[in-house]
Design a protein around this ligand. Structure first.
Ligand code: SF4
Length: 288
């Protein structure tokens, strides 16, 4: 089986920095519990690694993060996730004298900074309702409208005609185009100014390039929790290619795979390079 590795692979800048910051917090507070607010990055293996180092995870699926943060003892140590957080969390942290390590990715911050600098122009943010990055933006830039890519609808209107569209960092070009098409009916002047990060767009473009050459199947390595990884799967499927998604080698091995001649191997921005290599070696070994 010929296995074409789609690059870039490995952790993106935001994930690398978040894990590094977590390790720094641990080395500065070796004997104390550090609470990770939500999943630091959207990959179960990376989160399990942090847990193995003694981090405690406050999982948003159990109770609202704000409530869990409020319930921590004063002076606790917290690590904010790479996807951003509502500013109300900072206020709680200040009130409770929490020691904060903020792993918010710089690209997530840049979108928010841009919105604040252009608040008077009418902004619509395009994102996925329920995703921490999108929900944090909604709260931190409440002057913006919100277009949900899941329901493909404008859930909140800005207080004036919208001239600027911003997007969540991990959307696909197709999702964004669909949203813009719909928004232009209401706001003909609207223009996309900022959105996808390079880690997302470069992976998507590289995948499309390989798909255009023709392949028998596509393998996407990454988590179901990861928005950018799922977009890679959507893209491969949109080319009519048989597509498999697996978190890691263990999951990949469970798939009942027919014999393929030429396949693509791509991975999300929160999948480690080591995991991708393991999967690549395994797929190559299937042909021997
Ligand atoms: S996918 Fe992009 S926005 Fe998200 S953590 Fe990585 S670099 Fe940052």
């Amino acid at each position: 089986m010929e296995v074409i590795l789609v690059r870039p692979t490995g952790y993106c800048l935001g994930v690398t920095s978040a894990i590094r910051l977590g390790l720094q917090a641990k080395s500065e507070h070796p004997s104390e519990t550090i609470f990770m607010l939500g999943l630091l990055v959207h990959n179960e293996d990376a989160v399990a690694y942090m847990r193995s180092l003694g981090f405690e995870i406050l999982d948003e699926r159990n109770a609202p993060l704000e409530e869990q943060l409020s319930n921590l003892e004063d002076g606790s140590i917290v690590l904010f996730s790479a996807h951003g957080h509502p500013e109300s969390f900072d206020a709680i942290a200040k009130k409770k004298n929490l020691i904060v390590y903020d792993a918010t990715c710089r690209y997530v911050k840049e979108n928010l900074d841009y919105a604040r600098a252009h608040a008077g122009k009418g902004i619509v943010y395009i994102g996925a309702k329920g995703h921490l990055e999108a929900e944090s933006f909604r709260q931190n830039a409440a002057f913006s409208g919100f277009y949900d890519v899941k329901s493909q609808s404008l859930l909140t209107r800005p207080p004036m005609d919208a001239a600027i569209a911003l997007t969540q960092t991990t959307l696909s070009e197709e999702d964004i185009e669909l949203a813009l098409e719909s928004l232009r009916r209401e706001y003909p002047q609207i223009k996309l100014e900022k959105g996808r990060c390079h880690a997302t767009s470069s992976r998507q473009e590289a995948l499309k390039k390989e798909l255009q050459k023709g392949v028998d199947a596509a393998f996407i390595i990454g988590s179901e929790l990861s928005s950018n990884t799922k977009k890679l799967r959507d893209i491969a499927q949109s080319y009519g290619v048989k597509t498999f998604m697996a978190l890691n080698l263990e999951e990949l091995k469970k798939l009942d795979l027919p014999r393929y001649c030429r396949v693509i191997l791509a991975s999300g921005a929160s999948t480690s390079i080591e995991e991708v290599r393991r999967c690549q070696d395994y797929l190559v070994s299937l042909s021997s």
